[in-house]
Design a protein around this ligand. Sequence first.
Ligand SMILES: Cc1cc2nc3c(=O)[nH]c(=O)nc-3n(C[C@H](O)[C@H](O)[C@H](O)COP(=O)(O)OP(=O)(O)OC[C@H]3O[C@@H](n4cnc5c(N)ncnc54)[C@H](O)[C@@H]3O)c2cc1C
Length: 364
Amino acid sequence: MEPRHRVVILGGGFGGLYAAKALKHAPVQVTLLDRRNFHLFQPLLYQVATGSLSPGEIASPLRAVFRGQKNTQVLLGEAVDLDAAGHRVLLADGSVEYDSLIVATGSGDFYFGHDEWKEFAPGLKSIEEATSIRHKILYAFEAAEREHDPEKRREWLTFVLAGGGATGVELAGALGEIAHDTLRRDFRSIDPRDAVIYLVEGGPRVLPTYPPDLSAKAEASLVRLGVTIRTNTFVTGVDAAGVTVKTQAGTERILARTVIWSAEAMGTPERKLLTRIILPAALPYVFSGVRVTLPVALITAFTAEMIAGGGGVGSALMFAQRFFQTPIVFVYILVMLMTGFVLDRLMLWARRRLLPWQDEMQEV
Ligand SMILES: Cc1cc2nc3c(=O)[nH]c(=O)nc-3n(C[C@H](O)[C@H](O)[C@H](O)COP(=O)(O)OP(=O)(O)OC[C@H]3O[C@@H](n4cnc5c(N)ncnc54)[C@H](O)[C@@H]3O)c2cc1C
């Protein structure tokens, strides 16, 4: 019997799960590889972070999910590299071979190039981060209860959510409920309703990817829950004492013991592995751009030299030499490559529309 086509799916999040499910009846051998043995339902992470759900309620064992799917094997392992030529995923402790590979490793938090902020402002992508945030939030109220210095107490009761996307809005709302409702009667020295919750967003409105009327509704609900919304405000620094923000009025410090990162996400490092597959695939397109670009670049250089009053191929070559030494040449080449590519595609499209028999003749 012919060995089955081997499909390896890297990551058992939503992407990996649906890919594997879609292959249930396909004549292939599926291997689902994840560094965790469970699928995490990320949309409910903020409820773990704010204590209304326990971690077990939002995680399902991958083995149980695929118990009935006979062509699928679940493996626990962390991918650390890719051997694209040898068709192998390299693990921390071994390797897995594939005929087709699906990479669905999700995204991570992006700290605008300041990974040192992570220590003071955890993101919310994993169970560990959710439980750590839960600890931070509850500990802040406990520390405020014991603190006698009003300034320091205010710092403990100040919470900053950096990023007004869906995660920031959900967390801010949940924090507002905790402060104004859940914990309202549980303390003696402090009133949890004195908590100041900042939702900081660089853009002009929260939920920037949603329609404006939904942003407005979300803002109104958050304000009712006691959240202070700071739009057009950029976080420029995070440390143990709080955050530094930049607004149109200038730079400002917000002293806060609890800062949570709810801003941008970026592809996990594993996705960079894909460049090894994507780049070779993209090369033909680059070359098709070069085919048009090179003659255009030479003609431009030559014509420019002629117009400038020079003459002959020799001076045109000298012009080209000077031209290639200037930084603007990179922008020029980029523009030419893109133009060349678009022209090439247009010509191909036009040829197929106007002279369809040519393709048929080539096939014959
Ligand atoms: C707090 C929060 C709230 C959200 N709310 C919503 C919502 O309400 N609605 C909505 O549509 N979306 C929501 N999202 C977004 C949604 O959860 C994501 O878009 C979705 O989880 C992405 O799925 P994925 O499969 O690409 O990645 P993930 O779900 O992140 O899965 C990636 C998987 O890859 C594994 N992995 C990563 N690296 C490796 C490696 N090197 N080796 C092996 N395994 C690896 C991980 O363990 C993980 O299981 C929310 C996200 C968050 C964080």
